[in-house]
Design a protein around this ligand. Structure first.
Ligand SMILES: CC(C)(COP(=O)(O)OP(=O)(O)OC[C@H]1O[C@@H](n2cnc3c(N)ncnc32)[C@H](O)[C@@H]1OP(=O)(O)O)[C@@H](O)C(=O)NCCC(=O)NCCS
Length: 167
């Protein structure tokens, strides 16, 4: 499969953290493995392996629409530890995921801080209503619940959440 070439344009608002960088062309296979394992631990009943092509298509569509994919690297090994897909024009955060070994070690915070830093003052996302770990993480970060909906892929109940930059 051919992957979309990531943009190399500088990203206003993104600091120069040595553990954070834009997605590189070669990151996709590792991102897919990480995403399948991380989501698989949350919903063991869903076959995330079968959704690899969906994720590539999703990221391609999002990046084509102006989103950027940012990767966080593990502290010691510098291995890919997680990624976030955020649109700096709309503030829509479509994907955030950290690898299993990196849950709870601050990688998700680095990603979310970067997403908020490049956002237009607001970050919006949908989360599955039963994904308690993610909801707890967002609330700790200052997100508020703003509405309810339904996941288009799974039909599961979702919660809309929103973070706003302090005035
Ligand atoms: C969501 C995600 C990015 C958060 O990153 P993380 O490193 O796991 O987050 P943290 O450990 O910093 O925070 C999770 C919080 O939930 C708590 N938590 C853990 N398991 C929980 C559970 N089953 N129910 C409720 N809270 C839980 C943790 O204690 C922590 O709260 P605390 O800081 O008050 O102790 C990560 O878990 C992930 O990649 N999940 C799979 C993909 C996913 O769900 N993405 C979000 C889609 S909307």
């Amino acid at each position: 499969m051919n992957y979309i070439e990531p943009s190399r344009e500088p990203l206003p608002g993104l600091g120069a953290s040595p553990r954070l960088r834009r997605r590189a062309q070669g990151d996709i296979p590792e991102m897919l493995d990480l995403w399948v394992a991380s989501w698989g631990a949350v919903y063991p009943d869903i076959d995330f392996n079968a959704r690899r092509d969906w994720l590539i298509e999703q990221i391609t569509a999002l990046e084509t629409g102006g989103a950027v994919t940012l990767c966080v690297l593990a502290k010691e090994s510098q291995a890919l530890a997680g990624f976030v897909v955020i649109n700096p024009d709309s503030g829509w955060l479509d994907q955030i995921c950290v690898g299993l070994p990196y849950k709870g070690d601050g990688c998700a915070e680095i990603l979310m801080a970067a997403a908020c830093a490049v956002s237009p003052g607001v970050v919006r996302l949908d989360v599955n209503a039963d994904n308690m770990r993610a909801i707890r993480f967002y609330e700790r970060f200052g997100f508020a619940q703003t509405g309810r909906g339904e996941n288009t892929l799974s039909g599961r109940a979702t919660i809309q959440m929103e973070w706003r930059a302090p005035e």
